[in-house]
Design a protein. Structure first.
Length: 169
C-alpha cells in the first residue's frame, strides 16, 4: 500500500510542477517559444506531400487571432495586406504551392510586454530560405500579440521598412 501512495504523491508533485512552470513562465519566454514554434510549423520541405502541407496550414491558425491584420512587403511579391485568418491562409497556400520548400527562422527577437501583461510587441528578423534561391530572404518584422485564453496570439504583423528600402524609392 505504501508504494502506490508514494507513486501517486510523486505524480501529483510532478503535475503541480508542470502546471506551476507554465503558469509562472515569463511572458517574454512564452512569446519567444510561440514564435519559434510558429516558424517551425510554417517551414516545409520538398519531400512533404500535399496532405502534409495542407495539414500544416491548419496548425498555423492557432497562432493568430481571427481578425489578424498582416501588412507585408516581400521581395518579388510586392506589398500586400491580409485581413483575417482566411486571407492570410490563402497567401500561405500560395507560398506552399509556389515554392517546393521553405525554412523559416525568426532571429534577433526583442520583446516588449505592455504593463497590463495582455499585449506585447516583438521586433524580429525573419529569415526564409526558399527553394530556388541561393541567398536567404531577410526582413525586419514587427509582431503585435495579445493574450487570449492564456495563449499569446498574433493580432498584427508589419514588415519594417529599412533604410535601404526607403532609399531605393
Amino acid at each position: 500500500m505504501q508504494k502506490p501512495l508514494s507513486l501517486l504523491a510523486a505524480l501529483v508533485v510532478v503535475a503541480l510542477g508542470i502546471v506551476g512552470w507554465h503558469a509562472f513562465q515569463s511572458p517574454e519566454r512564452a512569446i519567444r517559444s510561440r514564435l519559434n514554434n510558429l516558424a517551425e510549423e510554417a517551414s516545409f520541405g520538398q519531400m512533404e506531400g500535399t496532405l502534409s502541407k495542407a495539414t500544416g496550414l491548419f496548425g498555423l491558425l492557432d497562432y493568430f487571432t481571427t481578425n489578424v491584420e498582416v501588412r507585408v512587403e516581400a521581395r518579388g511579391f510586392g506589398a500586400h495586406t491580409f485581413n483575417g485568418r482566411d486571407e492570410l491562409m490563402e497567401y500561405v497556400k500560395f507560398l506552399r504551392v509556389h515554392f517546393s520548400s521553405m525554412k523559416l527562422e525568426l532571429v534577433d527577437i526583442n520583446i516588449t510586454v505592455d504593463p497590463d501583461k495582455k499585449t506585447a510587441k516583438a521586433n524580429l528578423t525573419g529569415k526564409a530560405q526558399v527553394s530556388g534561391e541561393r541567398d536567404p530572404w531577410l526582413q525586419e518584422i514587427d509582431v503585435y500579440l495579445k493574450k487570449v485564453d492564456g495563449k499569446w496570439l498574433i493580432e498584427k504583423v508589419e514588415t519594417v521598412r529599412t533604410l535601404g528600402q526607403l532609399r531605393s524609392q
